[in-house]
Each structure stands twice: as C-alpha cells, then as structure tokens.
Design a protein around this ligand. Sequence first.
Ligand code: GLP
Length: 241
Amino acid sequence: MELKIFKNIDEASLFAAEKVAAVVKKRPDAVLGLATGSSPIKMYAYLIDWYKRGLLDFSRVRSINLDEYIGLDGDHAQSYRYFMDEYLFKHINIDPQNTFLPNGVAPDLEDECNRYDMLWDTLGGTDIQVLGIGPNGHIGFNEPGQILRVGTHIEHLTANTMNANSRFFESVDEVPSRAITMGMGEIMRSKEVIVLAFGKVKAPVISAFANDDVTTAIPVTLIKLHPNATLIVDEEAASEL
Ligand code: GLP
C-alpha cells in the first residue's frame, strides 16, 4: 500500500480526483465505487469542475456506493442517495439510471443485500473504490468487531459511529442504528482502492498504519493487503505516524 501525505485537504483531494479521472479516461464506462462523508467532498468538487470544463465525460460511467442508512429514503436530507445527488450526480452528466446505492427502505432488507451483491457482480466489480474512514476505523459501515463480513449485509452501528455521524442530524436520537453496507469482500476485490482521511480526528486511526498489522478491530487496516491501494492523508491525519 502506498502512503501519500499532503500539506492540506485541497492538495490531497486534487491527487485523489486525478486518480478517479485517470480511471474514467482509460475506461469511459468505468465502474466507480463511491463513498459519502466529508472526506470525498472536495475530490467530487474537482471532478465536477473538470466535467464543467469539458475535460471529463461521465455519460457512460456507472457508480455503485458503499452503503445506506436503513430507514431513510432517497428524499431524506441525510440519506446517502441525497448526499450523492447533491455533491456529485446532479452536477455531472452521469445517467441517474447508472448510479446505484442500497435501498434503505426496501421491504425485505436481506433480499436487498443479495440484490446488491448480484448488482456488484453484474457490473463486473469496481475499477476504483473510494473510501473514507470512520474515527473507529470502519470502512463503508463495516464496524470493528471479532469478525468482518465478506458480502453486503446489515450492520448495527456502534455508539461511536452514531455519535460521530450525529453531527449531520438534529440529535443522536435521529441517527439510524442500522445500515446496509458492502462487505469487505467487495471492497478488497476492487481493482484499485483509494482511502481518504483528513484532520486531527483521524490521526489515532491512521497511526495503525505505522506498523504491519491487520486487525478486524480496525477494519481499514485490511486495506494493507490490497495490491493496488493508496492511503491519502493530510499532515494532521499523519501527525501520529
Ligand atoms: C460514514 C460512512 C463512511 C465514511 C465515514 C467517515 O460513517 N459510512 O463511509 O467513511 O462516515 O466520514 P467522514 O469522511 O465525514 O469523516
């Protein structure tokens, strides 16, 4: 795994956006594995800017996101569908029919997980997977624990994650306690992975990259095993390395 440390979020996001753009230029119908959270927002802004300047074309691109809260439909301002529309999809020429997220209000959630696994396979997997990191080391919503799951599944969110994500809700009571997330198998089978982590709050979890260990207690450490992964951090996130 390659580690790239940048002075600030802007420079790091530019580097990350260049990686995604390179994939789209090489394969116009690329499958992008996308993430929500604050970490990729600036990277998405670069991609939007390049599209608007005629440098990038998303007309044939497909995208599949990592996760979605259970109980929130796409109109809810905190749903990940809403996030993706706001921060990327509605600003570029991607076909909305080619943008996929789990359905957090599906009548049968187990069926929805199976459907999502099959969808990932039908798309042929992801050419690049973008990841942020939860302060506890989760990726997607694969939470720390004794085991990690391979396929798409329902995850019960930890108190740590609900607290961290409550900043987007009126109160912690409104944060859904469950989510549908891609499993570690899909993340690890992506042809390329980029992990974004910025700010002091991520420094403790990034310190896990100072050694050679992997542990299910810090799910993002499994990315050390991926053959084509880049960890992209700013100086603050790297401050405990
Ligand atoms: C949520 C998402 C993760 C994301 C994490 C970090 O929990 N499920 O995919 O990586 O938030 O968010 P941020 O980038 O805002 O720190």
